[in-house]
Design a protein around this ligand. Structure first.
Ligand SMILES: Cc1ncc(COP(=O)(O)O)c(C=O)c1O
Length: 360
């Protein structure tokens, strides 16, 4: 028998762990199951948005508008910025990949806090750039340490605010001090995928910071607060040369026709969607307060999830949740991230947490 010969691929792919999406929960003992593993909106689409999607489906034999012009106009109007400052992508994660491609050349370094969004390391590897991870301090970005770690090779820094998976935030003064220390030829990406859930007035919005900072780009998503995770659309706001450069790295037709239509409709229905976000924020406060009353120590969160540093108990705690029909997101032996769902799902999770024999 001839031994099989396969093509030679990039060695980096041998150590490339594929992205692990949040698990679907098995049914719990009473047949109920709750997915609290992907930070999704617990609400289904608004009827007005579902209608627009159905209408757009009638034309999917045609390619979408490659420039996403109407969507870019709508986002620009929403934030009162020039359309040339806006670029859209296949989710914020698609834009993350595009951003890395804008700097991805041998020797380039990309910096981010760790733990943070799991796609930063894998997409950095894929882009051929070297990751520099700066440990979180108290589950929060250590921006002073990050600024200290910048070298002439640092081409891009991600600041995830609120941070996934810990939910913690950086505040205006520390962020501005950090931005002041970043060399002007190094791009800073403020990842605000969870920005709509922030209620802490000390947290600045990237949209207010970027006009004075040509090396700052703000990343946002329609997946979370706008409830369009299944359609894949996100956007980036930055000065024109930055936005235009990122646009060059996009795949043709990367934002599909249904996504474009749904995102525009969602901006039109923003007030209604933000009422839902308020409900999630209310539930977030209830969940965290109850966890603390149970003896847990979740860090303060401004996102639609809570973090429990369950350490070595992480696999066991995750399995315990699963047996009760609740899927949470485990991170090795660091901890679990639990999305805030609807009242019933949150209660189901709180019941498991309350009955668990140990606290973290
Ligand atoms: C911090 C962060 N950035 C970006 C994304 C990507 O969002 P999208 O669904 O728009 O690709 C996520 C999704 O989980 C995230 O947590």
């Amino acid at each position: 028998m001839v031994s099989a010969q396969y093509p030679r691929f990039r060695p980096v792919l041998d150590r490339f762990a594929p992205y692990k999406p949040g698990q679907m929960p098995p049914s719990g003992p009473d047949g109920r199951s709750f997915k609290l593993s992907s930070n999704e909106s617990p609400f289904g689409p608004l009827p007005s948005v579902a209608k627009v999607i159905a209408e757009a489906a009638a034309s999917i034999n045609r390619y979408p508008d490659d420039a996403s012009s109407a969507l870019i106009e709508a986002i620009a109007a929403r934030w009162a910025v020039p359309p040339s400052h806006v670029t859209v992508g296949c989710g914020a994660v698609g834009l993350t990949q595009q951003l890395l491609e804008t700097v991805g050349e041998p020797g380039a370094e990309v910096m981010y806090a760790w733990r943070s969004f799991e796609c930063y390391p894998t997409l950095s590897d894929l882009a051929g750039v070297t990751s520099v991870r700066v440990p979180l301090h108290d589950a929060t970005h250590d921006l002073a340490a990050m600024a200290d770690a910048i070298t002439g090779r640092t081409r891009l820094v991600f600041v995830c605010n609120p941070n996934n998976p810990t939910g913690t935030v950086v505040h205006r003064r520390e962020l501005e001090e950090f931005l002041d220390r970043v060399p002007s030829d190094c791009l800073v990406v403020l990842d605000e995928a969870y920005g709509e859930y922030v209620r802490d007035p000390g947290v600045p919005r990237g949209i207010g910071l970027y006009p004075d900072r040509p090396n700052l780009a703000v990343l946002r998503s329609f997946s979370k607060a706008y409830g369009l995770a299944g359609l894949r659309v996100g956007y980036l706001i930055a000065h024109e040369p930055v936005a235009a450069t990122v646009r060059k790295t996009k795949l043709p037709f990367t934002v599909n026709a249904l996504a474009q239509a749904a995102a525009i409709a969602s901006l039109e229905a923003e007030a209604e969607l933000m009422e839902r976000v308020d409900q999630v924020v209310g539930e977030r406060e209830r969940v965290r307060t109850e966890l603390i009353a149970q003896g847990w120590a979740p860090p303060p969160t401004q996102a639609n999830f809570v973090w429990l540093a369950t350490g070595e108990d992480t696999p066991d705690f995750t399995a315990t949740c699963e047996r009760a029909g609740v899927a949470v997101r485990p991170y090795a032996t660091d901890g679990v991230r639990v999305s805030v769902g609807d009242w019933e799902a949150n209660d189901a999770f709180l019941a498991v947490a309350g009955a668990y024999p140990r606290r973290h």
